[in-house]
Design a protein around this ligand. Structure first.
Ligand code: OAD
Length: 239
């Protein structure tokens, strides 16, 4: 297992770098993760709410959960982990941040070369006509309605059972097929397809580095693992 100094050297000398993030990277900003006790809303498992079936059955309830998450995120600012990822991007000619996070905090921190593979919670899309826009405010009535056609608006995120948008999926597979180093931070690595990304990079010889206080299903294939908070480890690893 590599030490922090060794892993830092891999990152520094790499010409092509990929960073994969999950909800844990925003935990120190105050955004609840999905699989910790904080992530529960009315004792409901997010897996039962983040589905097209749940939305078809009860759009108001699904929206109440998203409104709860949007309110929480609105009061949150990026932490030093987000900042370190944004800073390392500037030092690399070939770089992509692949994030499962929908909170938008990577953009606020300054990340520009990023693939938000699960979408963005500030985007709303009409389930009927497909019209899409950014909306940062609260909706007075739930579910919100489309101004153009009157259809029900949905959050611009990817739900369980839905395909990732082709452009972000292709971008993620592209960097995984050529990066020399992959840093996997703050993800429980149980949700496909991102749960398989470390294996894709590892198979072709990339160094894989994990940053997570806990072990995950990908820990076993990592060349180095740092069991700390991303807001503390990432500045040291990527700086
Ligand atoms: P999870 O909530 O499943 O996992 C969060 C991970 O972050 C866990 O492994 C924690 O150990 C770790 N963690 C907690 N605090 C941390 C910290 N300060 N620094 C670093 N790591 C920390 O979140 P994801 O893996 O992102 O999908 O979940 C994947 C997907 O499942 C989400 O994008 C969402 C969810 O359902 C959809 O909604 C489609």
């Amino acid at each position: 297992m590599g030490t922090l100094e060794v892993a830092r050297g891999w990152v520094r000398s790499s010409r092509s770098l990929c960073v994969l993030t999950g909800a844990g990277v925003s935990a120190e900003s105050g955004v609840p993760t999905f699989r910790g006790p904080e992530g529960l809303w009315k004792q409901r498992d997010p897996m039962s709410l983040a589905t097209p079936e749940a939305f078809a059955e009860d759009p108001k309830e699904v929206w109440e959960w998203y409104q709860w998450r949007r309110r929480k995120i609105r009061g949150c600012a990026p932490n030093p982990g987000h900042a370190a990822i944004a800073a390392v991007e500037a030092a690399k000619s070939d770089f992509l941040l692949v994030t499962q996070n929908v909170d938008g905090l990577h953009r606020v921190a300054g990340s520009r070369r990023l693939a938000e593979i699960h979408g963005n919670i500030w985007i709303v899309r009409c389930a009927t006509c497909g019209a899409e826009r950014e909306e940062f405010g609260d909706f007075p009535e739930l579910p919100p309605r489309c101004g153009a056609c009157g259809g029900i608006l949905r959050p611009g995120v990817v739900w369980f059972g839905e395909r990732l948008p082709a452009d972000v999926s292709d971008a993620a597979m592209g960097i995984l097929s050529r990066c020399e180093v992959l840093v996997v931070a703050g993800t429980s690595a149980v949700v496909a397809p991102a749960s398989g990304y470390a294996a894709v990079a590892k198979r072709r010889g990339a160094r894989v580095i994990e940053v997570n206080p806990d072990e995950t299903p990908v820990s076993g294939i990592c060349d180095a693992a740092f069991r700390g908070k991303s807001g503390e480890v990432l500045p040291a690893l990527l700086g």
